[in-house]
Write a protein that binds this ligand. Structure first.
Ligand code: NAD
Length: 498
């Protein structure tokens, strides 16, 4: 793809065939320049039906493939991802706008899920107990479900799909991926590499589109399980519609993550971490630290360096060799939404103390840029305090003590991540025990979990029972059978007597 010039092809993958259907599509932008670089076909029920049928037909042979052979596909896949690492980074960066450093980080996180899937023979072990009653033995067997589906957001074009299909497929399922129509090109590349790794036809399929494709997947009778990552209203819709149609569903939603800064925190480290948590990936992360809760004197110690850090963030295009610190946001509409949330905050009395709204990028004047922004004096009643901004904006709320900070964090409808910066173990312990969030950091600004741990959003950040990643994902993608067996003709020990 690196040697191809735009528009880049955006095919579907159905039963091992790459198809370029003549259906109208939606534009895919390079957010750095504002140029259209591809058209994402807006598939619907026909394309989805063909993909699900292909996955259904491929299931029996793949289910019966020994786990060690399934693992070998992912060992090869791992190697192919490493060999194509630069191309993957460029593709992610070009369609999303992440810097190459951020793209690298995200692909490493995704790769860790492939490495996790390589351990599938031991991850699928069941339990067994001899002689649960005289002459009766019992064992659990973990079996795949059938056709599983992944529906993914724009903000991690390769990592989030990699959270899903390696584990699902390694467990013996077949898969249909529907990536975000804003960033479909990384998913195409991931599919091409899977093909090169030797995955049999039909085990992995790729469809494109928006709501019609999603609805066709959610209601298809041959789909057994749906993994979703995206915004909260859509996550709720996916969960409710999916379970109504008899699917197993895990649906990750949006977030609003709080970072508490205690007066005894290491200021330099806290500022460095806050800036990364708030402005990394232009704030388009479900684990972005979007609100600093400064306790007591922490604000006065912190704010001068925080303002300086925000002002120092160099914004620019990410699609050329000289890399900025921060790239654009995904679309012009998204940039305008961030601007209007900032305007509403100002109108409601907040003070913008580092203002990225007027950032100029002369090399790429049509790109979708917002500079790093810090807003002080944010109150809980403001829209800016309650809604997920999903941009490079850090709110500051001043708290009297740790109790007030925990109370503020816990009133949120979301429950994805939270962090505390302190040098006091007692305060850290209190915070980790009482804060209402599924992933908690102590002097760690973005406590996003790695492949071997579940991605444990709570409340409006997650709908379902079993989370993505780690052991919970193995449970999600398998169903247990418990076999009790008895062989007539003697009690335990009889064979030895003969
Ligand atoms: P989105 O909800 O708009 O889209 C996600 C997916 O849903 C896409 O594939 C899209 O095509 C589909 N979709 C969109 N509207 C739909 C509709 N009306 N009906 C059916 N399907 C629809 O999310 P996004 O803007 O692509 O991604 C950003 C959001 O994802 C943020 O809220 C972010 O916090 C969240 N996110 C959450 C996590 C997590 O693990 N909790 C991780 C990454 C992103």
């Amino acid at each position: 793809m690196s040697h191809v010039t735009p528009p880049y092809p955006c095919p579907l993958l159905i039963n091992g065939e790459w198809l370029q259907p003549k259906i109208p599509g939606t534009p895919v932008y390079n957010p750095s320049t504002g140029d259209v670089i591809a058209e994402c076909p807006a598939g619907g029920a026909d394309e989805v039906n063909a993909a699900v049928e292909a996955a259904h037909a491929a299931f029996p042979a793949w289910r019966d493939t020994p786990p060690i052979e399934r693992a070998r596909v992912f060992f090869r896949y791992r190697q192919l991802i490493e060999q194509n690492f630069d191309l993957l980074c460029q593709t992610v960066s070009r369609e999303h706008g992440k810097t190459l450093v951020e793209a690298r980080g995200s692909i490493f996180r995704g790769l860790e899920n492939v490495e996790y899937a390589c351990g599938i023979p031991t991850l699928l072990f069941g339990d067994s107990l001899r002689n649960i009653a005289r002459g009766v033995d019992c064992e659990t067997i973990n079996l795949p479900l059938g056709v599983c589906v992944g529906i993914t957001p724009f903000n991690f074009p390769a990592m989030v799909p990699l959270w899903m299909f390696p584990t699902a497929i390694a467990c013996g399922n077949t898969f249909v991926l529907k990536p975000s129509e804003k960033v479909p090109l990384s998913a195409v590349l991931l599919g091409q590499l899977l093909e090169q790794a030797g995955l049999p036809k039909g085990v992995f399929n790729l469809v494109h589109g928006g709501r019609p494709a999603v609805d066709a997947l959610l209601t298809h009778p041959k789909v057994k399980a749906v993994s979703f990552v995206g915004s909260t209203p859509i996550a709720k819709y996916i969960y409710e519609t999916g379970i109504k149609h008899g699917k197993r569903v895990q649906a990750n939603g949006g977030a609003k993550n709080y970072i508490v800064i205690m007066p005894d925190a290491d200021v330099d480290k806290a500022v460095e971490n806050l800036a990364t948590a708030a402005f990394g990936c232009a704030g388009e992360r479900c684990m972005a630290g979007s609100t600093a809760l400064t306790v007591g004197a922490a604000a006065d110690r912190l704010l001068p360096s925080l303002i300086a850090a925000a002002k120092a963030v160099k914004v620019g295009p990410t699609d050329r060799p000289a890399q900025p610190d921060m790239g654009p946001v995904i679309t012009a509409q998204h940039r305008d939404r961030i601007m209007s949330l900032l305007a509403s905050g100002e109108k409601e009395g907040a003070k913008i103390i580092a203002d990225g709204r007027s950032v100029k990028v002369p090399d790429a004047p049509r790109g979708f840029y917002v500079g790093a922004t810090v807003v002080d004096g944010v109150q809980n009643t403001m829209t800016l305090a309650r809604e997920e901004v999903f941009g490079p904006v850090l709110n500051v709320m001043r708290m009297d003590d740790l109790d007030a900070a925990i109370e503020q964090a816990n009133q949120s409808a979301f429950g994805n991540g939270a962090a505390i910066f302190t040098s006091n173990g007692r305060a850290a312990r209190e915070f980790t025990m009482r804060v209402k969030a599924g992933m908690v950091g102590v002097n760690v600004g973005v406590p996003a979990t790695m492949a071997m741990f579940p991605f444990t959003g709570w409340d409006d950040s997650f709908y379902g029972d079993l989370h993505i990643q780690g052991k919970e994902s193995i449970q999600f993608y398998t169903q247990q059978k418990v076999v009790s067996s008895r062989w007539f003709g003697g009690e335990v020990g009889d064979v030895w007597k003969k």
